[in-house]
Design a protein around this ligand. Structure first.
Ligand code: SF4
Length: 974
């Protein structure tokens, strides 16, 4: 029995409060449970208070294991449950979004005032709602808070600070009035009311008699401290705190002083570093680059620990704020096959259903075609693009390429009538009956849920997450419908934004798993191995004022001028204390995870806590490093099937003989060879098409099998973020935007002297084009995409300026008529020409087609299948007989070269492109006729039902169909 044992035993019968400090979580729990048994033995009914429901469940389980079955209630609860018990009722708290509605109504006058500091903010409500909740958390009377805000607004020297104070002063009474009208009472008000009832001897003459112990708390709000202090004066009371008298825990000095002033008997074990036997835990440093890299290195280490026999329940991952890691950890750990118990709320926008719902609404509100396309390809859409017929798929591809096209809405309405009408209902009904909009939104969310989950595993974690998101959306909209007459100012766009930010708890995940939690929640937990994530400056420790609407300077001003503490200020030493808590939660090993670089490769500064540990004499050996360059593990140590295959690929191995372990193994080719369709229905369907896009004619000419697989079968190879297709779309968009601006500003034809001005336009165009992808692509992908597009577009503009062309671009992204252009012999073509240039007088014209990649077509266009430009030239000649089409060419932006032909003798008028070949008119006509004939053969081939590999041609590097078309196996057999 140590000194603490002796001291604690002697205090069990103390009437006043007992303060227990300096113990690790296991010892603290042990003493709290002994105190409980002592109270039971004395005939009392103790109540243990813990920070969360999850803590309560864990402690209850432990008690039932140690003390047997519990009868008559567990005796473990949260502070909220204590308040409910004292008040004898459950309070009506704010539903998701309801706080924002209340703030919106309370500050109605402010939102329209240009002078008001909050009136000019784009998204003030969530942040403001948090500030108002902070004011309530002080537990002070309304008048005291109002007077404090008034003093701040009168005395602040800084103009912005003064105006913030003034706006809050106006907002505060309105907010309190709305809360009263809606019958909503904040947590702290209820806590304050409970404290008053306890102080006056209990509710309706029934005094509180149960002894209370608090375990695992880090801090208390003023209202909670008042409630506990009142309790401590009435019944036996035990408070356990992680304070040990060292500088690391000075953050809690104020709390300890408060209890000592109240006369608490204090038992302290000083300097406990956290390990069971008093020895230090092992510290290991993990180094990585990028957030995903950081989670991957942690996941790989977890897999190693599991293989070494450490149970899942003995591993914990701690971050300063677990919420910001939630999605990434779930994704990466899921890929590595590691079950996770996530202890962090999710934003509705972060759930699968919430994200798809908001994308759909964004499209409705902003006519953002890219958003609806993302929504339609998600599993939540009722109508799927994959189910469309061939011609419809073609129309869709056109819209995907040019989402800004004025026809986009009409095409989508035609292709997806059910989705269209459902989404339209979400806005149109508003005109006649506002509440119908809420019903339509709820209907949409429910339809999405059933589309995604009908016939699938409803017990999965994703289904549970979606169900919570659906409930969150329903609750928010039901509440809006309830308050619609009172809170009309929250329009649809704001509603979408705030709904996305609303937090929901999505459950604990699998029954057993690696616990992922925030540093402020680890006090009650202890595991064999703990990982501490994000040990970089500004993250852990957090940047001052990194979260919240009001900057630290405003908070200091407020508290100083108000004369009372109204707003929270970051407490000195809090992050260091939380870091120590995380270290002390390990029995055996702590992995300290540090990123060397951010997602863009920019260097990061390590957390000062690591240097503190080194100064204290701890050795921090680098256990594993995984930089952006380290993408493969040794195959035998690969932590997931995907990593295993990657390792095998890097080594040139074929992974065989491991299917029983769940690895994906390569199957031998079972069928290879050309495709021959015989079914008359299929052949009739192929013969039905009356016109063809020039793009698909070229695709067929390049490889009939690829055309068949992609355009007829509808195989869609997965698109990776920032891949060639995305690069192509953005590059074409940027070029079109830049040339339109150049037309408006008279910067054509382009000369070297204009280049500086034009390159500035590229940046603006890039911004416009990439803004559609922001929020849907990571910053790293966006900056890579921007760099690739910049290189291509600027390189091309420089080349064009050097060439001294004399034609003017007159048509950009020019669509041939939808019915097609008849080039005779059953060849009717459609498509979109990247650019048509014309001479001053409009009599001569050329066609330009941009290629984003590096592939330079051979000069023999008809043989190589480079049919796009010649077919466009023929189509233009047909449409505009008054003009002479004198040339055309491909501009291969990746390789910075051109490949084209130009009629000899017109150079004086047109100038000519670099890489363009001069030919006599007769030669030009011959080339065009050869290409027309080649295209006629292509169309016959498309209708024939026989599709073969390309003869005498190497497959292009960008073709991803190798594994499906089986060409290598077929050629080997042949
Ligand atoms: S890999 Fe070659 S043969 Fe196979 S589909 Fe692609 S281009 Fe055609």
């Amino acid at each position: 029995m140590d000194n603490v044992d002796i001291a604690v035993e002697s205090l069990w019968e103390t009437r006043g409060p007992v303060l227990l400090t300096g113990l690790n979580a296991d010892d603290a729990r042990h003493y709290v449970l002994r105190w409980r048994r002592a109270q039971l033995a004395a005939g009392r009914d103790p109540l243990l208070l813990v920070p969360s429901r999850r803590d309560a469940a864990e402690l209850t389980l432990l008690i039932s294991q140690e003390d047997g079955v519990l009868l008559g209630g567990t005796g473990v609860g949260t502070l909220d449950e204590l308040v409910d018990a004292v008040l004898g009722e459950r309070g009506r708290l704010f539903a998701p979004l309801e706080r924002e509605f209340a703030v919106c109504q309370a500050g109605e006058r402010l939102w329209s005032e240009q002078e008001s500091i909050f009136g000019r903010l784009v998204r003030p409500l969530s942040g403001l709602a948090n500030v108002l909740e902070e004011l309530e958390e002080t537990g002070l009377a309304d008048q005291v808070i109002y007077a404090g805000l008034e003093r701040w607004s009168r005395s602040a020297h800084h103009e912005t600070s003064r105006r913030a104070a003034e706006a809050l002063r106006v907002l505060w009474p309105g907010y309190r009035r709305v809360c009263a009208e809606w019958g909503v009472e904040s947590r702290s008000r209820r806590t304050g009311r409970a404290a008053s009832i306890l102080a006056t001897g209990g509710d309706q003459g029934r005094p509180w008699t149960r002894p209370v112990a608090c375990f695992g708390f880090v801090t208390f709000t003023p209202a909670q401290r008042r409630l506990l202090s009142t309790l401590a004066s009435k019944v036996p009371f035990l408070l356990e705190l992680a304070w040990d008298g060292t500088t690391a825990s000075k953050f809690l000095n104020g709390e300890v002083t408060h209890w000592l002033r109240l006369g608490a008997a204090h038992v302290c074990r000083r300097g406990d570093t956290g390990s069971e036997d008093g020895a230090s835990v092992r510290l290991r440093l993990l180094r990585s680059s990028g957030r995903r890299g950081e989670v991957e290195i942690v996941a790989a280490e977890v897999v190693d620990l599991l293989r070494a026999g450490i149970p899942l329940g003995e591993i914990m991952v701690v971050a300063r704020r677990a919420g910001m890691w939630r999605r990434l950890v779930e994704e990466v750990f899921g890929a590595y096959g590691i079950p996770v118990q996530m202890e962090a709320p999710a934003r509705i926008a972060d759930t699968g259903l919430g994200n798809a719902f908001l994308l759909a609404l964004r499209w409705v509100r902003q006519k953002d075609t890219a958003a609806i396309l993302s929504f339609l390809t998600s599993r939540y859409a009722e109508e799927k693009p994959a189910a469309l017929s061939g011609p419809a798929q073609e129309l869709l591809r056109d819209i995907q390429m040019w989402p800004d096209s004025p026809h986009a809405s009409a095409v989508l309405e035609e292709l997806f009538p059910v989705t269209w009408s459902r989404l339209r209902c979400c806005v149109e009904e508003e005109i006649e009956q506002p509440s119908a909009e809420d019903c339509a939104l709820i209907d949409l969310a429910r339809a999405m849920f059933s589309s995604a989950w009908a016939g699938r595993d409803l017990t999965s974690a994703s289904a549970a997450e979606d169900a919570r998101a659906l409930r969150g959306i329903e609750a928010a909209l039901e509440r809006r419908a309830e308050h619609r007459s009172l809170a009309p100012a929250l329009d649809g766009a704001l509603l979408t934004d705030y709904l996305g930010d609303s937090l929901i708890w999505v459950g604990a995940g699998s029954a057993e798993g690696v616990l992922v939690t925030s540093a402020s929640r680890v006090r009650t937990r202890r595991r064999k191995v703990v990982f501490v994530l994000g040990l970089v400056e500004q993250e852990f420790p957090e940047a001052e004022g990194g979260a919240g609407l009001l900057p630290p300077q405003f908070r200091r001003d407020c508290n100083r001028y108000a004369g009372v503490d109204l707003l929270e200020e970051s407490a000195e030493g809090q992050d260091m204390f939380l870091f120590r808590l995380a270290l002390s939660a390990a029995n055996d090993t702590v992995y300290l995870s540090q990123r060397l670089a951010d997602d863009d490769g920019g260097p990061l500064v390590e957390s000062p806590f690591l240097e503190t540990l080194r100064r204290e004499g701890h050795s921090l050996p680098v256990w594993r490093t995984r930089t952006l360059a380290d993408v493969t593990h040794e195959a035998t140590r690969a932590p997931s099937p995907r990593e295993f295959l990657r390792s095998c690929a890097a080594q040139g191995w074929v992974p065989e003989g491991v299917p029983e372990d769940g690895w994906i193994s390569l199957q031998s080719v079972t069928r290879a060879g050309p495709v021959r369709l015989r079914d008359s229905v299929c052949l009739a369907r192929l013969g039905e098409a009356g016109s063809w896009t020039v793009g698909e004619i070229e695709a067929y000419a390049r490889c009939p099998i690829a055309w068949f697989l992609e355009r007829v079968v509808g195989i869609d190879t997965p698109q990776e973020e920032g891949d060639l297709r995305e690069l192509g779309t953005v590059t074409h968009q940027v070029l079109a935007i830049v040339y339109r601006s150049m037309m408006r500003r008279g910067l054509l034809p382009l000369e070297m002297a204009m280049l500086g001005e034009v390159l500035v336009l590229v940046e603006d165009a890039l911004n416009t084009s990439l803004s559609r992808l922001r929020g849907r692509r990571s910053p790293a992908v966006l900056s890579l995409l921007a760099a690739e597009v910049r290189y291509r577009v600027k390189g091309y503009l420089r080349r064009e300026a050097e060439q001294e062309r004399r034609l003017f671009p007159t048509k950009l992204e020019y669509s041939l008529p939808a019915a097609g252009v008849d080039l005779e012999d059953d060849l009717i073509v459609r498509g979109r020409i990247d650019r048509v240039d014309e001479s001053d007088d409009g009599t001569l014209c050329t066609v330009v087609d941009y290629k984003t990649g590096f592939h330079r077509p051979s000069r023999d266009w008809s043989a190589s299948g480079a049919l796009q430009v010649p077919l466009y030239m023929l189509a233009l000649a047909h449409l505009y007989p008054e003009k002479r089409v004198v040339g055309g060419g491909y501009e291969i932006l990746g390789a910075e070269v051109g490949e084209g032909i130009l009629e000899h003798g017109v150079c004086d008028t047109t100038g000519y492109g670099d890489g363009w070949q001069l030919v006599p008119r007769s030669g030009l006509d011959t080339v065009l006729e050869q290409c027309r004939k080649a295209a006629i053969e292509v169309v016959r081939g498309m209708r024939s039902g026989y599709f073969d590999y390309p003869t005498d041609k190497k497959c292009p590097n960008f073709c991803r169909l190798t594994a499906i078309c089986h060409r290598p196996a077929f050629e080997a057999d042949r």
